[in-house]
Design a binder for this molecule. Structure first.
Ligand SMILES: [Zn+2]
Length: 226
């Protein structure tokens, strides 16, 4: 089949679009349109409502832009939420393993008097103590963490020095900055979980002798000077 030039096709296109070309001419134009982008575009423009096509195209573009933006926003939110979740889980795990303290009952404390020291060879997180106002009685308890309970390495630790130098608490009786007297505490008690809780909240009451006696009754005598 003979080839025709772009100029010829351009002349024929309006007729082609209006569908009034004869079979052969029509076939020629169609053959050309397949291989020539320029004429194909021209044909498309002649065929469609240009304005409609443009509007539709712009609408599509806007819609695609909107969707892209939505996807991007979703991605950022997902990333932030994921990061936050990881942070919360990491902190929660760390807190649960290393920071959250739990009370060690006396039976599990491993506490014993060894020479002039009150010692334990169990791994623990912290030991807490509070003296009565007269300095004679010390109430203590120990705490542990999940990590130390599971993977702690037991080692000998001194909780209290019970020697004459160690067990005294120094009282500056006339506020001159010089230690005038030394009171020697006479006993150490390991408090129950309930009193340990009160102690950790600063709520342990030493107002009356009865208060102190009550705490003693709910505690284990660990050491006494007598
Ligand atoms: Zn052409």
């Amino acid at each position: 089949m003979a080839k025709i030039t772009c100029d010829v096709v351009k002349d024929l296109l309006p007729l082609y679009v209006d569908d009034v070309l004869s079979g052969d001419s029509r076939a020629l134009v169609e053959e050309h349109l397949k291989t020539c982008d320029e004429c194909a575009d021209l044909c498309k423009n002649l065929k469609g409502d240009d304005n409609f096509a443009l509007t539709k195209n712009e609408n599509d573009k806007a819609a695609i832009k909107k969707i892209k933006k939505k996807i991007q926003t979703k991605r950022i939110v997902t990333a932030l939420v994921s990061a936050l979740c990881i942070a919360v889980i990491a902190f929660g795990t760390y807190y649960g393993l290393h920071i959250k303290e739990s009370y060690i009952p006396f039976d599990e404390s491993g506490l014993r008097v060894n020479g002039d020291s009150l010692q334990t060879d169990r791994d623990f997180y912290a030991s807490y103590g509070r003296y009565t106002p007269d300095g004679k009685t010390c109430f203590i308890y120990m705490t542990t963490t999940a990590y130390k309970t599971m993977w702690g390495e037991d080692r000998l630790t001194t909780i209290e020095d019970l020697s004459d130098e160690g067990r005294g608490i120094k009282i500056d009786s006339d506020d001159d900055g010089i230690t005038d007297s030394v009171l020697v505490n006479s006993e150490i008690y390991y408090v129950s979980e309930e009193y340990a809780k009160q102690m950790s909240h600063g709520k342990l009451d030493f107002r009356t002798d009865e208060d102190i006696e009550m705490i003693k009754q709910n505690s284990v005598l660990v050491w006494s000077a007598e």
